[in-house]
Write a protein that binds this ligand. Sequence first.
Ligand code: ADP
Ligand code: MG
Ligand code: MG
Length: 207
Amino acid sequence: MDVAATRDWVHGIAAAIDEHTDLLTQLDSAIGDADHGANMHRGFAAVVAALEGREVATVGDLLVTTGMTLISSVGGAAGPLFGSAFRAIGKALPDPNADPKQLLVGLTDGLAAIQRLGAAAPGDKTIVDAYAPALAAFEDELAAGGDLVCATSRAAEAAEKGMRATAPLVARKGRASYLGQRSVGHQDPGATSTALIFRALAEAVAG
Ligand code: ADP
Ligand code: MG
Ligand code: MG
């Protein structure tokens, strides 16, 4: 993955968030405070602005800028969580381009950053429920000899499946956890954004 594809990834996320802002808001209005769409929209608009006209030498530079911008521009849980993830992914990728194995290390560090900050386990109805299966699918596909296009495509499918599987769960972290059993039957907003992020990665890599 080169800098241009990484730029496409981040712009693809911004476009997907733009297209799905209302959905994210609706999901968060059911089990949160109805600001997830606005939070993500503000964050990725700030990222696009921060990257505009900025020369970046490496994939990592671009992703660290993305993460820092999310952290500084988004209040609420998801900004710091996604921001820390992008910053961690970026820190793992110091070369101009990232090969599939390096990206695996980066994505692994990204999930670790989310879990260090938010302490969510799989099944808690959070970002982790889309991210962890996406990462596992990415790793499996590489181990089976798949290329980056296949690995990111499998990851996107797994993220979407994980996102849908959050609906029957009881939330155990974040605002939705205040609802306890009443959180059942609603898809998690942050897991939904995570699926958009992995789908955008697959599309950027496929070109
Ligand atoms: P807030 O809840 O502060 O209003 P957002 O609405 O932007 O922030 O984000 C809510 C999303 O954040 C949830 O749907 C969930 O996926 C995610 N989230 C909340 N707490 C955690 C956590 N501790 N670990 C992982 N993800 C979390
Ligand atoms: Mg919210
Ligand atoms: Mg909020």
